[in-house]
Write a protein of this length. Structure first.
Length: 288
């Protein structure tokens, strides 16, 4: 099918994009397009205005500043996957980005587009939760910072206001002896996560001083796994600990059941992949 007619805009700045959103109530932002364009073609989405933010200067890039990694919202998944800086200080990010879709998706899709879309099976939302990321959005009243914990609200719903543009992601540099890992069971065609688990562990004095665990693909949105984190904190890393802690995954989450598998099947996968991610994150923490 062909999209319904729309007016195309290419703003030269974030401020111009925000003004366009304010002027046109029926508008959508276009970043990489891999989420929006299929909806347009199927006419599930029929905006009267399409605002292309891909080429706004300064909206893409990866850098280190003030104790954090700062990633522009228009940065592609491919750029994340091949970043030497991220591979050195936050390998969980390129690890997850390299598993997104196929080469075409990774070269066109953007971190901001993925996060703003809020797909329940996307990879990066869980990574943002596990790394304590902060997201900056710019609206008519200027910029505001949204913690990742508050950003993902529900199915395809985020904390972004209709007149806001997501501009950057800020991830604090991890403490020493911190390791991260992302494990994923992908859909064989789309490569979306049927189950994805992101883990960050900090080990101090032989015990886990800090744990962050998040899952995607199993419910209406990516979620932090507080029960797993509490089971880990203060304990010595071991296979037995990881096995017992993983059993708490998805507690309090309404698990999805669909053509790909039942809720109980997803829970079993979540347990297995949580255990794998914990094991690899602990090994990385031990090295560093």
């Amino acid at each position: 099918m062909y999209p319904a007619p729309f007016e195309y805009h290419r703003p030269a700045s974030v401020e111009e994009a925000v003004a366009l959103l304010g002027a046109h109530g029926d508008a959508k932002l276009l970043a990489g397009g891999h989420s929006l364009i299929p909806l347009l073609k199927l006419r599930f989405a029929q905006p009267a205005h399409l605002i292309d933010v891909r080429r706004i200067p300064g909206l893409a890039g990866i850098g280190e500043r003030d104790g954090a990694i700062v990633i522009g919202a228009a940065t592609t998944h491919a750029a994340l996957a091949r970043s030497e800086l991220l591979a050195r200080v936050l390998p969980i990010v390129p690890e997850a980005a390299s598993q997104i879709g196929d080469a075409q998706v990774r070269n066109m899709g953007t971190i901001g587009g993925s996060l703003a879309h809020g797909d329940p099976a996307a990879d990066l939302p869980a990574v943002m939760l596990a790394t304590d990321a902060e997201l900056t959005a710019v609206g008519p009243h200027g910029p505001r910072t949204i913690p990742a914990d508050a950003f993902f609200v529900d199915l395809l719903t985020t904390a972004l206001e209709p007149t806001e543009v997501l501009t950057r992601v800020r991830i604090p540099l991890p403490a020493s002896a911190t390791g991260g890992a992302y494990e994923k069971y992908p859909h064989p065609a789309s490569r979306y996560a049927l189950v994805g688990v992101a883990v960050m562990l900090t080990v101090s004095g032989g015990t886990i001083a800090r744990a962050r665990v998040a899952i995607t693909g199993v419910g209406a949105r990516a979620t932090r796994e507080g029960a797993v984190e509490r089971a880990l904190t203060g304990e010595r890393p071991s296979d037995a600990l990881f096995a017992s802690a993983a059993e708490h995954v998805a507690e309090g989450v309404e698990l999805r059941s669909d053509v790909h598998g039942s809720a109980e099947w997803r829970r079993g996968l979540a347990v297995a992949y949580t255990r794998r991610a914990l094991t690899r994150a602990a090994a990385r923490a031990a090295r560093g």
